[in-house]
Design a binder for this molecule. Structure first.
Ligand code: SF4
Length: 285
């Protein structure tokens, strides 16, 4: 985290959205005009794990699912952290921007052939911009690769409202709130799994393959498939870069699961993950 609120700033100050210039408080209240905000003022809010499970299970479509997840408050530690970062804990270089400060809803094609599953939002990335993998270096990598593979309209994703669109692909995450030190607890992962379950279930009719970015996303996808009653090979397939297995949905449809090292700075700066390695996996989707 950067200098609290940035130098000399009031954490409650209304600040202009970087694309539209419209003024927002941080965190951004639902239904107030943030570009791409799926929620309205009256979107139901989950305050417990059981409410999250119920609201996820009953979401009739992807639009409502995105709206409900974007206002979820089921994990007290993560709610506190995401809002602390959004108010007093902004990175100094973004201190003149409002922070989304809410869970990251899924982004992309509501009827995808490919589902990309990440780990969790970054404190100054999705937690600032309100869009998955947007506004940080991890996002530069994944959107550039999705653009090269023909899924993304633009090679960058900088801010909501920047014109980025995905076609045939949708990005979700194992956990939708930015966690301290990028580490959600097992309970937080389980609680948020309800949103992932519904995302996968709603995508199933058009889904061809899932790309898991990192071991946590890989495990979360296998657990999600089991909860949905899909056939998962035993013993559980192991994660690795380029790993592949086939899951069979409850409708008998074969869906491929592919693994890639996560597009984290730690992996991309050190060369553990190169553009060529990422492109090779995406070409198999
Ligand atoms: S991590 Fe998931 S379940 Fe927990 S508060 Fe955020 S959106 Fe809700």
């Amino acid at each position: 985290m950067g200098e609290p609120g940035g130098p000399g700033r009031d954490p409650q100050e209304l600040l202009p959205h970087p694309v539209t210039g419209r003024l927002f408080p941080s965190p951004v209240p639902p239904g107030t005009g943030w570009p791409g905000d799926p929620a309205a003022e009256d979107t139901p809010v989950a305050r417990t794990a059981s409410a999250a499970a119920r609201l996820a299970r009953t979401a009739p479509d992807v639009e409502e699912l995105d709206a409900r997840v974007s206002v979820c408050r089921a994990c007290p530690r993560l709610v506190r952290w995401r809002e602390e970062v959004a108010t007093g804990g902004k990175r100094a270089s973004f201190a003149d921007q409002p922070y989304w400060g809410r869970p990251g809803p899924g982004f992309g094609d509501p009827h995808p052939q490919v589902l990309v599953v990440g780990l969790a939002p970054a404190a100054n990335g999705t937690n600032r911009t309100g869009r998955m993998f947007t506004g940080d270096r991890s996002g530069d990598w994944i959107y550039a690769a999705l653009h090269r593979a023909g899924f993304a309209a633009e090679p960058h994703s900088v801010a909501s409202g920047d014109g980025q669109r995905l076609s045939g692909a949708r990005i979700v995450a194992a956990v939708r709130c930015a966690p301290p030190a990028n580490r959600p607890t097992p309970l937080e992962r389980d609680t948020c799994g309800a949103w992932l379950d519904r995302d996968v279930a709603l995508a199933e009719p058009t889904l061809r393959s899932v790309l898991a970015l990192g071991a946590i996303a890989w495990t979360a996808t296998l657990q999600c498939a089991r909860r949905l009653g899909w056939a998962v090979p035993r013993p559980a397939p192991r994660f690795g870069h380029g790993a592949e297995t086939t899951l069979v949905s409850s409708n008998g449809k074969a869906i491929r699961l592919l693994g890639s090292y996560h597009v984290s700075q730690q992996n991309t700066f050190t060369g553990k993950l190169t553009e060529a390695m990422l492109d090779a996996v995406l070409s198999r989707l």
